[in-house]
Design a protein around this ligand. Structure first.
Ligand SMILES: Cc1ncc(COP(=O)(O)O)c(C=O)c1O
Length: 357
């Protein structure tokens, strides 16, 4: 008997890898995750530090849901907070997928969707890009949906790792195609960093749409874990039954409220990303490296043998990038935008590694 479906692959460094290379974890510049280059706001750090560790957290996250609701003009009952949006992805699969159901995923993309479906005994059907800079053929998606009839579909917008950002009319068409079939989970983990974004909240007029948002990227709460979903009250109520009590800890709830109150910090982080991404794109052009235009806070570059390039960057330069081989893109690395000082160090290291190929 075999157990398990294999763990999903992610960016970020576990401490064993740098240790095995004789590196100190804290010395490694980590571009393999994509978070606000400014880190968390000072208000967030203060709020998390002041949280009472000796009481149980509010299982309903009342104050945080009110703060999110005020920020988005959404009803608190349409919001469910999770221990990172990853928890919500798994809760959604558990709540809405049975073994005989189908699921649909726009790929290449974040690996937790597939993992969550597989844990329910469902192998999701994947739609790959049609070749144009990782763009999907929306009509092909709609045709596939009418055949597959998925109970649950995952679409990441902007997409990890390609940075592709679908227009409003495209997402509305996909959601409409699913209307009498199943739920569309629109994962907007990187939405804050999109420069020209459309208002996806309007999608919530369709009862089969669930918006998923992470607070770990824009607010740099990666270690604290925080995310939320927006959906009908019925969907929220159903998913909540699958969530274990106290899954969102007290410091995370306090930090989330403080993060929302510090809009200026977020704006400054977004501006730092804009400048850094422009710089990296210029360098990629100079180095004749292909990349797809990215609407998110990362750039995915075609460098050749990605696993080898990542290894050399880490071993020789203490710089970590995300090898995209696990996404089915063995020639690409994904680079999360950091401060300009760090971005310059990455460019220096990457130039050397590419020269030595
Ligand atoms: C597309 C996407 N969705 C969700 C997540 C998970 O975010 P969280 O930290 O909120 O669990 C990630 C993390 O990398 C991601 O890339």
């Amino acid at each position: 008997m075999t157990f398990g479906i294999g763990r999903p692959m992610h960016g970020g460094l576990n401490s064993s890898e740098p240790r095995s290379l004789g590196l100190r974890h804290e010395d490694v510049l980590d571009f393999s995750i994509s978070v606000n280059p400014l880190g968390p706001s000072p208000l967030v750090i203060k709020a998390a530090n002041n949280a009472n560790l000796a009481t149980y957290p509010d299982t309903d996250c009342v104050q945080l849901r009110s703060a999110i609701g005020r920020e988005l003009s959404a009803a608190p009952d349409s919001i469910l907070v999770g221990n990172g949006s990853t928890e919500l992805i798994h809760l959604l699969a558990r709540a809405f997928l049975k073994e005989d159901d189908s699921a649909f995923i726009f790929t290449p993309t974040f690996s937790e969707y597939k993992a969550a479906c597989r844990l329910q005994g469902v192998a999701p059907v994947a739609l790959s890009p049609d070749g144009r800079q990782f763009q999907w053929d929306v009509q092909a998606a709609i045709d596939a949906i009418s055949q597959v009839k998925p109970a649950l579909s995952f679409l990441c917008n902007p997409n990890n790792p390609t940075g592709v950002y679908l227009r409003a009319d495209e997402v509305f068409e996909i959601a409409a195609a699913l209307r009498d079939i199943g739920l569309l989970v629109l994962d907007e983990a990187y939405l804050s960093f999109v420069e020209k974004r459309w208002d996806s909240l309007e999608l919530l007029t369709m009862p089969n749409v669930i918006l998923l948002r992470s607070m770990t990227k824009d607010y740099a709460l990666t270690g604290l874990r925080l995310g939320y979903m927006l959906a009908t009250e019925d969907v929220v109520g159903h998913v909540k039954q699958y969530q274990y009590s106290w899954s969102v800890n007290g410091p995370a709830q306090a930090a989330g409220i403080a993060a929302i109150s510090d809009g200026l910090h977020l704006e400054q982080g977004i501006e730092a990303v804009r400048i850094g991404k422009e710089y990296l794109a210029e360098v990629a052009d100079l180095l004749s490296l292909d990349y797809a235009p990215s609407s998110a806070n990362f750039l995915t570059l075609k460098v050749g043998r990605a696993t080898e390039i990542r290894r050399r960057l880490l071993t020789n330069h203490s710089v970590c990038v995300r090898d995209c081989t696990s996404f089915g893109l063995p020639e690409y690395v994904r680079i999360g935008i950091r401060s300009m000082d760090d971005n310059r160090k990455l460019v220096h290291a990457l130039t050397k590694v590419l020269q030595d190929r």
